[in-house]
Design a protein around this ligand. Structure first.
Ligand code: MN
Ligand code: MN
Length: 366
């Protein structure tokens, strides 16, 4: 049994619970190594204090579960079958104790909870697995750190493909498509979120989209992207200038760069997340742009692109070795420009180690 599954068993014993039901495919991936989004079908992992765990999966996923290295039973169901009745049968075959359940309360829908309640009438949803999963995700294992580093290297490659696709008149969507085409042609399986490409003033919307907006000489081009390696993700942003950069663009860029580098160099274990945010925010505030830095400095990263860590003002979370998060200050001036510089980093005993590496000096792309 893996350490992760054993820690779930130990927790069930401590809490005196009978059944842990995992319904979030990210959690199932984290605990078992089987990574698949079942969309509307039912994918479940059941763990018990003593008895052998099992996975319950759509029939079309059963072979993939077996091939993922999962060493315990996997039970399938066909689309015409009622999955909840089958789950009930497997549960009652596996264990005598099916009353006291722990579920992922952040994730399990009321609808699905009611299906379980009908199929397993004695089930009482007492425990909450969501905080436990959040806590387990906080500190990365050496194996996870290796995967994060690999995901970072692929993000570095993605930027080069994206910069090479810049030319006058090209649209943001065309550059995004070319970047992803080239990256996938080079063997990279997937992006960790929808790639963002924004030119000129459009980049002043940090949660905007990639659009049909076209590139002009003298525009800044913002790329926010990430890749997945064996279930682990990267997240990075670079902003480059197309053909030329004005003094104003350079000035703002250098403020963002100084904020990013100052925070990245200052980050140490024992510091709070709020302190780290403040280090970057102070640089931007002193330069007079505090009103234009409209988001937190960073967020946790691991098997999903937004994990629980918030590098944000007022957060007293102590940064510890093994934590993985982004450092991504930005300045967004409506109608003018948007600049963000983001690296994904891992906290070590001495400071942070960035696993995205593309140069952060302002690049002028011809
Ligand atoms: Mn990002
Ligand atoms: Mn990010």
């Amino acid at each position: 049994m893996t350490d992760k599954l054993m820690s779930i068993q130990n927790w069930l014993n401590e809490q005196q619970l009978d059944v842990a039901y995992f319904s979030d495919f990210h959690s199932i991936d984290y605990l078992t190594g089987f990574n698949s989004d079942p969309i509307e079908r039912v994918l479940a992992l059941f763990v018990f204090p003593e008895d052998e765990p099992f996975i319950f999966a759509p029939a079309l996923e059963v072979e993939a579960v077996k091939n993922s290295g999962w060493q315990y039973p996997v039970y399938g169901y066909q689309d015409q079958e009622n999955p909840w009745n089958l789950i009930s049968e497997h549960l009652h075959t596996r264990t005598k104790h099916t009353e006291k359940w722990a579920v992922e309360k952040d994730q399990l829908t009321l609808n699905r909870a009611s299906f379980i309640q009908t199929a397993v009438p004695e089930a009482k949803f007492i425990g909450n697995l969501s905080p436990l999963m959040t806590e387990m995700h906080l500190i990365k294992t050496p194996d996870e750190i290796v995967k994060l580093h690999k995901a970072g290297l692929d993000a570095d490659r993605a930027f080069e493909f994206g910069f090479a696709a810049l030319q006058a008149g090209v649209s943001e969507l065309q550059v995004m498509a070319k970047l992803e085409y080239d990256l996938k042609s080079a063997g990279v399986a997937g992006m960790s979120f929808e790639t963002l490409v924004q030119f000129g003033a459009h980049a002043a919307e940090p949660h905007g989209d990639t659009s049909n907006n076209t590139l002009k000489s003298g525009d800044l081009a913002l790329f926010d992207l990430g890749t997945i390696y064996d279930g682990y993700v990267s997240d990075a942003t670079r902003t480059v200038a197309f053909q030329s950069a004005s003094d104003h663009q350079r000035d703002v860029y250098n403020v963002v760069l100084e904020a990013q580098l100052t925070a990245q160099n200052a980050a140490k274990p024992g510091m709070t997340a709020g302190e780290l945010d403040g280090i970057a925010r102070d640089v931007i505030t002193k330069a007079g742009y505090s009103d234009y830095f409209v988001h937190r400095l960073g967020h946790g990263i691991g098997s999903s692109v937004h994990e629980s860590i918030q590098i944000a003002q007022g957060n007293d979370l102590i940064l510890q070795p093994g934590m993985s998060f982004s450092i991504e200050p930005g300045i967004y001036i409506p109608g003018d420009l948007g600049i963000r510089i983001e690296d994904s980093v891992i906290m070590t005993e001495t400071g942070v180690d960035s696993y995205t590496h593309s140069s952060k000096e302002l690049r002028i792309i011809d």
